[in-house]
Design a protein around this ligand. Structure first.
Ligand code: CU
Length: 322
């Protein structure tokens, strides 16, 4: 499965670009300093007088002023301070540059982090045009995106290395981050703050699409779930609403209105299940529903005892949620 670009050194937008520039400045300066220190060390080793074992210690230089070495030390300390100031200035300028992304006509998104998945809510336009997905952020190419971040439980951190730096999601607080994708593509993101047992399986994806494609996707997301045509899927829908699923999950246009788990209204359009843990195929969907604890131990979804037939019907129904 293609997991998308996940590389801080391959910047695909202005924000990641500023960060990669800063990284290059640090890399070049630190490499030069490292090389200079090694050179000084080698020079000192070469110049040091050779001592034979058993020879009495040479005390001739004790308490004798040494203007040469003194000058070298003062020069090196001054150069270190100046170079550190250069790095400090570069960091401050990068921070300024990051804050200067123009935000006219931005796409507004809210992301809520949970152990161990992400709610993604699109809040552009009137309330009736608000919709929710999970673990996937779709953005139009070339337009700024402003994300409001919060957390339901512990501290998480949102990081899409190819597009922007990290930003923490702290319970009880909101933060914002802004970025822009300049190239269409699939960018992988990952929770970057240890947040419990399944922290490693708390990934997400950013789909950067041309504006027209994004608009089409948005229209589709706004629509409630379509009524399944097939009998088996219809039975799956009834089951979904009558067994435990609807307590936690919501599917717009049905009785399922739970608020504790990913919105499944358009589940079939997503590429992965359970925050990048599994590819979204009927087989992995079935094994996930049968026993999520086996695939993502500790996850906040219980195993549901279902007959093979019932499980098949629910999987068929979820498969219709395009
Ligand atoms: Cu996390």
């Amino acid at each position: 499965m293609n997991w998308g670009l996940h590389d801080a050194l391959q910047a695909m937008g202005p924000q990641a670009g500023h960060i990669v520039d800063l990284w290059r400045i640090f890399l070049v300066l630190c490499t030069l300093v490292f090389a200079a220190i090694l050179a000084a060390l080698l020079l000192a080793l070469k110049r040091a007088p050779r001592v034979r074992t058993g020879a009495p210690p040479d005390l001739s230089t004790v308490n004798v002023p040494e203007p040469g070495p003194r000058r070298s030390v003062v020069t090196a300390v001054t150069a270190s301070i100046l170079l550190l100031l250069v790095l400090l200035a570069a960091s401050v300028f990068t921070d300024r540059a990051l804050a200067r992304l123009p935000l006219q006509d931005a796409v507004n998104i809210e992301v809520v982090a949970h152990q161990w998945w992400w709610t993604v809510r699109y809040v552009n336009g009137p309330v009736t045009e608000t919709f929710e997905t999970a673990n996937e952020i779709h953005v139009p190419v070339g337009r700024p995106v402003v994300i409001k971040l919060s957390s339901e439980d512990v501290i998480h951190s949102l990081w899409v290395p190819s597009l922007a730096g990290k930003r923490d999601l702290v319970p009880g607080r909101t933060a914002t981050m802004a970025f822009q994708a300049d190239q269409p593509g699939l960018y992988r993101g990952q929770c970057a703050e240890f947040c419990g047992y399944q922290h490693a399986f708390m990934a997400f994806e950013v789909h950067a699409q041309p504006q027209a494609e994004y608009d089409a996707w948005r229209q589709q997301q706004l629509a409630p779930a379509a009524e399944p045509a097939d009998m088996n899927a219809q039975r799956g829908k009834q089951l979904f609403q009558s067994v435990s699923c609807a307590l936690c999950h919501s599917i717009q246009g049905t009785l399922a209105q739970g608020r504790h788990a990913p919105d499944l209204t358009h589940l079939a359009g997503r590429r992965t299940l359970a925050a990048g843990t599994l590819p979204n195929t009927p087989a992995s969907l079935a094994s996930w529903i049968a026993d999520p604890q086996k695939l993502k131990p500790g996850v906040n979804m219980p195993a549901t005892p279902l007959s093979g037939e019932d499980l098949g019907a629910i999987v068929a129904y979820l498969g219709t949620l395009k």
